[in-house]
Design a protein around this ligand. Structure first.
Ligand code: ATP
Length: 242
């Protein structure tokens, strides 16, 4: 079990209704437990579609999706939602916090929705780890972009997911704030053993990952292990010129 990839997709094909081209055209990727994988590629190459299908937020037309060894493409609702809530955390570019709730209640919301008893001690700990101890009662609207993304990360970590899917998590942040958030994602991998799959356009952000996978026209066309920002930028130029 320990050696099973935390995310494994095989030969995913997806076409959106009405769209002529395949958003995913036979994608296979495996992400090791406790590792950090960046997904890169030109606009429209299928990055978000891959993330959504791998996380069980959307269904591919065909292919296999395994989360922590469980075949999720066969699961019907509500079991798919349950599997997602049990195994997966999400961080989005737009934070997706509820302004009507405090930081504390935003962090606990996924567990409330799942109807499971929240681990409040752990929630306090992850809020501390993202640097927001003492801000639990505040509303997200009063926080900066970087602080809101820290709340979103605490919310993702509070359920002890095996993997966090992050879609452009630093896309709305300035450089320095983005770096702080990437440092926290890296810490979640190194200290908590959470795997992260992160879609990004930014080579400097992808360089925080252990591995970068490159998509073009719905296919995996390249990958780099132990990537540097320069190495990634060079590959991106090559991929975009295809
Ligand atoms: N809801 C949708 N309906 C129709 N077509 C879609 C939909 N979502 C994505 N597509 C198409 O699928 C392809 C892949 O899109 P996707 O958003 O996955 O790419 P991406 O690499 O994440 O792009 P970006 O970097 O611009 O976010 C594109 O051709 C896009 O136009």
């Amino acid at each position: 079990m320990e050696n099973t990839p935390v995310v494994e997709v095989h030969d995913l094909i997806k076409t959106y209704p009405g769209a002529g081209v395949r958003a995913l055209d036979g994608v296979s990727v495996a992400v090791a437990r406790g590792s950090f994988c960046a997904v890169m590629g030109p606009s429209g190459s299928g990055k978000s579609t891959l993330l959504h299908c791998a996380a069980g937020l959307d269904r591919a037309d065909s292919g296999r999706v395994r989360l922590a060894g469980e075949d999720i493409e066969r699961l019907k609702e509500p079991r798919l939602t349950e599997a997602r809530r049990r195994r997966v955390g999400f961080v989005f570019q737009a934070y997706n916090l509820l302004d009507s709730l405090s930081v504390w209640h935003n962090v606990l919301l996924p567990q409330r929705l799942a109807g499971v008893r929240a681990d409040k001690g752990w929630a306090r700990e992850v809020i501390r780890r993202v640097g927001l101890a003492g801000r639990e009662d505040e509303r997200p609207a009063r926080l900066s972009g970087g602080q809101r993304q820290r709340v979103a990360l605490a919310r993702a970590l509070a359920g002890r997911p095996e993997v966090i899917f992050a879609d452009e998590p630093t896309g709305a942040l300035d450089l320095a704030t983005g770096r702080e958030v990437l440092g926290l994602l890296r810490e979640a991998v190194d200290r908590m053993g959470t795997a992260i799959v992160m879609v990004t356009h930014d080579p400097a952000a992808a360089a925080w990952a252990d591995r970068a996978v490159f998509l073009a026209d719905g296919r995996v066309v390249d990958e780099l292990t132990g990537p540097t920002a320069e190495g990634i930028a060079a590959r991106m130029t090559a991929v975009s010129a295809r």
